[in-house]
Design a binder for this molecule. Structure first.
Ligand code: FMN
Length: 306
């Protein structure tokens, strides 16, 4: 569990994109929600990443498989940040999420410091738990020559919104240096985003080769997540949210022992949408039986074992 400076507590987050733009999930998940098998209220909902202006990307609602494919144990996607823009989200999704009482984190992708200021102005009046800076989409070109300074400057601008900031990093970035630069700016670091296909599978052809290969999620990226959490734990005091291939209690246990204090679940919603809520409940039951293991992490990044 991580307690943010505004008192909001986060423990299980949906990976951005897992339950769509408003926490109700994608259309094929609705029946499970109606039956109570998929309950968004047990998660902190991280909204699918928004850009300042609408972005076409590669996702078409009538043919999602064009840019999202199941692969053994996981998925590969090349959605490319398809979204109708932050103004649409504030108008169409935010009021519904408020009505539903969902704990909401807004994931954003500003392309420049100016855009980050514009995001901050738009998000400042909203009642949200936090902003997540998606600093790491594997499906858009990162042309910044100096990723650390670029992310730092954008993070500082987003802080102007007055909400706690989470920064989501990628394995293909200098994520340790980014995290170190963000101490005192961000309140948690989220590791990791989908991993570019070539880093996971080398020269093996991707089913999404025509879209640049895509980003891999799920079981194939587990070793990358474990490495990232361990390196972050050794190098920074920022609380860590771990995500990538979390399917089982064993995954949660391993990541906890490596130093993660909150978890995000993405691909499991796609592959077996009836499982994430069961997993959360099983973890909470296990934790309740072991009260000495409950660790509280505060926004300054200090951890105390109670
Ligand atoms: C179809 C799809 C769409 C995604 N969209 C986003 C996104 O908009 N923003 C983001 O930060 N991450 C996005 N992700 C990455 C996930 O949030 C998550 O970080 C990643 O898949 C690793 O976790 P997992 O193995 O549990 O899925 C997406 C992943 C998938 C499979």
């Amino acid at each position: 569990m991580i307690t943010l400076s505004n008192g909001e507590q986060v423990e299980f987050l949906t990976g951005s994109g897992a339950l769509g733009f408003d926490g109700r999930g994608w259309w094929w998940e609705y029946p499970l929600r109606w039956l109570g098998i998929l309950n968004p209220h047990e998660f902190t909902i991280v909204v699918k990443t928004l850009t300042l202006r609408p972005r076409k990307g590669n996702l078409r609602w009538y043919a999602p498989w064009r840019c999202v494919r199941l692969i053994p144990g996981g998925t590969v996607n090349a959605v490319g940040l398809t979204n109708p823009g932050v103004d649409w989200w504030i108008r169409a999704c935010y009021p519904r999420m408020r009505r539903m009482g969902l704990q909401t984190v807004v994931s954003v992708y500003p392309e420049s410091v100016e855009e980050a200021h514009a995001f901050a102005d738009k998000l400042r009046p909203l009642h949200i738990a936090a902003i997540e800076l998606n600093a790491s989409c594997p499906n858009v070109e990162h042309c910044e020559t100096d990723a650390v300074n670029h992310v730092y400057a954008i993070a500082c601008a987003l802080r102007g919104a007055g909400h706690p900031l989470i920064v989501k990093v990628g394995y293909d970035q200098p994520y340790v240096a980014i995290a170190q630069s963000l101490e005192g700016v961000a309140e948690a670091i989220h590791a990791i985003n989908a991993v570019p296909w070539r880093l996971v599978f080398g020269d093996k052809p991707s089913p999404l080769a025509r879209l640049g290969g895509g980003g891999v999620s799920g079981e194939p990226i587990r070793p990358f997540v474990r490495e990232a959490v361990q390196r972050l734990r050794d190098a920074t005091r920022l609380p860590i949210i771990a995500g990538g291939g979390i399917y089982t209690l064993h995954d949660l246990q391993e990541l906890w022992e490596l130093g993660a204090r909150a978890f995000s679940i993405g691909t499991l919603f796609l592959r077996a949408p009836w499982k994430p809520n069961r997993l959360v409940r099983a973890w909470r039951t296990q934790q309740a039986r072991q009260p000495q293991r409950q660790t509280v992490t505060n926004s300054a990044g200090k951890q105390s074992n109670g």
